[in-house]
Design a protein around this ligand. Structure first.
Ligand code: GLA
Length: 386
């Protein structure tokens, strides 16, 4: 410091200290990827459910419990780099057990509806549990969202949680013992990948999905009507008033179902002149994704202008159910202690078409012994400044 005035020396020292503080700050935000397990709570049967926290190097986290394979929390950065939760969730295991409108949950054996809970396979008719306007919805009264899965954490740069469950022959009325594996992977590129696999010992039907409710404002600050949605789909699946497909696909052109260009959700959601909007109470329909085959394709993009958050959904599935939380009525209180009201979130459930077991023109959902059911869906987060 010889030759420097005391003032300059102090300034230099402060500068050095600040630089140090910055570099150590950098170290703390760019942490190592990790997966941690904590006890989440006890179920009525005495089993313990665990909570796994997956973290990637940039600080994104996914919290997943092996009860229902529920995504309890998922953070994503806004345009200023602030991580906030972009999903709806509850504050305890008991809250999820008591009443969960499928927040974050794995759905099976059949995601969405099967008319009257009946289908015929190889000449034999099966009767499933009916739990929704006389139809079977999301696997019945005890679907895959309400069972305890066996969890295996997988460490690495892209931490993963492997969940397995054996659904017994006859469970909720379905034939065949079904061995299911779902793997959640938190990728480096701020994406959550979900790989689904299943095998059976008797012919059965399978349609697995995840029912996360998204609100990209972060912390579900308000409804999702100003989220901007693009769907890579020229056709959608019209339904009757119990939300069972009529069997005919309809072009989206000139209807409130046209999301081929980025469109604000609220623009046409209350178009009471449209019968399909009336039946769904808003959007609660399947869109048929453009592009054939089961390769990974861009299905949906969601943009929330105030936070700048963008979510892209890619899937190997042929359809996506776009549901705008029309049945939320404020009776479920979220993590932050305030009620989740109508349209406080949107779901983008990648899947086969609803009621496929009864609709011969739809892509098949039959799984036979010796075959492996395999699908992948990726939810990727980024930001855009406008
Ligand atoms: C799906 C269905 C909706 C509704 C929700 C859960 O998205 O299509 O009709 O049942 O699940 O409330």
């Amino acid at each position: 410091m010889k030759g420097l005035t005391p003032f300059l020396s102090l300034a230099l020292l402060t500068g050095l200290l600040t630089m140090n503080a910055c570099s150590s700050k950098k170290e703390t935000t760019e942490q190592k990827a990790s997966i941690e397990k904590t006890a989440y709570g006890q179920l009525a049967g005495g089993q313990t459910a665990d909570l796994y926290t997956l973290r990637n190097e940039s600080g994104m986290t996914a919290q997943i419990t092996n009860y229902g394979g529920i995504i309890v929390g998922l953070t994503a950065p806004d345009k200023d780099g602030k991580f906030e939760d972009v999903t709806l969730g509850q504050d305890s295991l008991s809250a999820y057990v008591k009443n969960n409108p499928y927040f974050g949950a794995l759905i099976g054996r059949y995601g969405n509806r099967i008319a009257k809970g009946k289908f015929t396979l190889d000449g034999k008719t099966y009767n499933l549990v009916t739990n929704n306007m006389g139809n079977h919805l999301h696997g019945g009264t005890v679907g895959f969202d309400k069972v305890l899965w066996t969890a295996t954490p997988i460490e690495g740069d892209e931490p993963a949680l492997k969940l397995t469950y054996t659904s017994k022959d006859g469970e909720e009325g379905y034939p065949g013992n079904l061995n299911v594996t779902v793997t959640y992977t938190l990728q480096k590129d701020n994406a959550l990948k979900i790989d689904y696999e299943a095998t059976t010992d008797k012919p059965t039907v399978v349609n697995l999905t995840n029912h996360t409710y998204f609100n990209l404002t972060g912390g579900a600050k308000r409804d999702v009507l100003d989220h901007v949605v693009t769907l890579n789909a020229d056709r959608f699946i019209p339904v009757d008033k119990t939300l069972i497909p009529t069997g005919k696909l309809q072009p989206v052109a000139n209807t409130p179902f046209d999301f081929t260009q980025p469109t604000v959700i609220g623009k046409r959601i209350n178009d009471s002149t449209d019968t399909q909007i009336k039946y769904g109470g808003g959007y609660d329909h399947g869109w048929v994704l453009n592009g054939s085959g089961d390769s990974l394709k861009l299905a949906a993009t969601v943009y929330e202008p105030t936070s700048g958050r963008v979510m892209e959904v890619r899937t190997t599935e042929p359809a996506i159910q776009f549901y705008t939380g029309n049945f939320l009525d404020g009776s479920v209180t979220g993590r932050e202690g305030f009620p989740y009201k109508k349209r406080y979130a949107l779901c983008l459930e990648t899947e086969h078409y609803p009621d496929s077991p009864n609709q011969s023109s739809f892509p098949t959902t039959t799984l036979r012994p010796g075959e492996t059911y395999k699908t992948t869906t990726i939810y990727q987060f980024s930001t855009r400044k406008e």
